[in-house]
Write a protein that binds this ligand. Structure first.
Ligand SMILES: Nc1nc2c(ncn2[C@@H]2O[C@H](COP(=O)(O)OP(=O)(O)O)[C@@H](O)[C@H]2O)c(=O)[nH]1
Ligand SMILES: [Mg+2]
Length: 445
């Protein structure tokens, strides 16, 4: 996520830090580079310019120039201003005081509305009873897509077939009655998209919104579209009155423009972000966290949350002990791999860690999709070999390969990975183990 922007900023700040005391010129130069980095990240020119002006005003004051660690101060100011730019505080979804709450998802074709409708339903289904409604009736495939996803997620679905009509307003109206009889308290409407913002689309939305009077009109924007996505958001804001933005595909190589600028350009906050193709991949948007990620500070909170949700802390503690005693075996590796796998795709986990890019790419090279093979290979070893892998020589490698249905190359790879992990875990396992009452599995870092 935002890799090139992150890299640029990292470079700018490490240069600044190497200087010790800063002159006004040092700061101006650095901020000019920050502005260039923002433009390259596809942030609108005026927004980038204003942001840098604000940062500059603050940095050229006493606050920074007379401080003991000026580079750190500049960093802190940039961080704060990035947070503010993205909206500052966390914006939650508004639910109706008296159910049902009505949400419509609007946006261009392909932005992720249909997928996000189900993701959103799934996300709130802990505390609500949501239903999704197919109101993109131009393409039969769109109705089917929503229905299939809803079934997969176990979320109630309502569409033209259930309504006995193929008219958008009929479907919407009947969805309300249907929901009422089933104690559904949140109704999420998937709407039709177009390739461009056009009058036809806006008048359909207007009619729907008149009928439904929604709590939330959520604009779904593809983050990959950058500044263009921001323009689309402005158009929807003017014509359809949106209450929030959901930014999708942040897992891709989006440059950051949309995430940084959409709030400033429209006044509408980003409420949620899509970070993958799976139905669980929808997160609350948090400007502070996003700014931390962009500045390469790592998303520790996000990571801790994930770990708390998915880890078997006892198992990890056991492994940590073996790490500490320098007895990290291949069996321990297997436990670690399984734990890490539970956290989700590794590149996402890595993205959250405040590690240098080089270490991240080393770890990401470990191919966890093949964890089944790794497991088979480790299980084909003798207990002695698992404890002391250095005794595994050529003929044993061949036996292990055939025993696990793999090949010698893969066995070698696992052994290499083991060495790598051992080193990395050792390196990052030295920090403090407790933060906010949660025991951090040290071995993971
Ligand atoms: N990687 C990724 N893909 C997404 C995300 N959200 C949606 N997609 C994909 O984007 C494509 C278009 O999504 P869809 O929901 O059909 O868009 P719609 O035309 O607006 O309804 C689908 O292939 C989705 O799987 C996301 O957050 N990350
Ligand atoms: Mg759709």
């Amino acid at each position: 996520m935002f890799d090139s922007l992150k890299e640029r900023l990292e470079g700018i700040f490490s240069k600044l830090r190497s200087k010790g005391r800063l002159t006004e010129e040092d700061i101006s130069d650095a901020l000019r580079e920050v502005r260039r980095a923002l433009l390259e990240a596809d942030v609108n020119y005026k927004i980038a310019k204003d942001l840098v002006e604000r940062i500059k005003d603050r940095c050229l004051g006493q606050e920074v120039l007379s401080s003991i660690m000026p580079a750190q101060q500049v960093y802190a100011v940039v961080y704060e201003e990035l947070c503010n730019l993205m909206g500052g505080k966390r914006e939650r979804l508004n639910f109706a005081p008296k159910p049902p709450s009505i949400f419509t998802l609007v946006g261009l074709q392909g932005s992720g509305k249909t997928t996000t409708a189900v993701k959103l339903a799934l996300r709130i289904s802990d505390s609500h009873k949501p239903m999704v409604v197919a109101c993109d009736l131009r393409r039969p495939a769109a109705v089917k897509q929503l229905k299939v996803l809803a079934e997969k997620a176990g979320v109630p679905f309502f569409g033209p077939e259930e309504a006995g009509s193929n008219n958008v307003l009929d479907v919407a109206k009947r969805a309300l009655t249907y929901a009422d009889s089933r104690l559904i308290d949140v109704i999420i409407f998937d709407t039709a998209g177009r390739l461009h913002v056009d009058d036809d689309l806006m008048s359909e939305l207007e009619r729907m919104h008149k009928l439904l009077n929604p709590q939330e009109v959520l604009l779904v924007v593809d983050a990959m579209t950058g500044q263009e996505g921001v323009n689309v958001a402005q158009a929807f804001q003017e014509k359809a009155g949106i209450t929030g933005v959901i930014l999708t595909k942040l897992d891709g190589d989006a440059r950051g423009g949309a995430a940084l600028a959409v709030k400033a350009a429209t006044g509408v906050p980003i409420k949620l972000v899509g970070v993958g193709e799976h139905l669980e991949d929808l997160e609350e948007f948090d400007a502070a966290r996003m700014a931390q990620r962009i500045l390469g500070m790592g998303d520790m909170e996000g990571l801790l949350e994930k770990i708390q949700k998915s880890s078997d802390v006892e198992e990890i503690e056991r492994v940590q002990k073996s790490l500490k005693d320098d007895k990290f075996t291949l069996e321990d590796l297997l436990v670690q791999l399984r734990q890490i796998q539970k956290l989700g795709p590794l590149d996402k986990v890595m993205d959250m860690l405040p590690l240098p890019g080089k270490v991240k790419s080393q770890v990401s090279d470990v191919d966890f999709r093949r964890i089944k093979h790794v497991e088979a290979i480790i299980l084909s070893m003798t207990p002695e070999e698992r404890k002391r892998p250095e005794i595994i020589k050529g003929s044993r490698k061949r036996r292990i390969a055939s025993g696990s249905g793999t090949n010698v190359q893969m066995v070698n790879q696992v052994l290499r990975q083991y060495q790598q992990m051992k080193e990395i875990f050792k390196r990052f396992g030295k920090g403090k183990g407790k933060l906010r009452g949660l025991k951090i599995p040290k071995g993971l870092f």
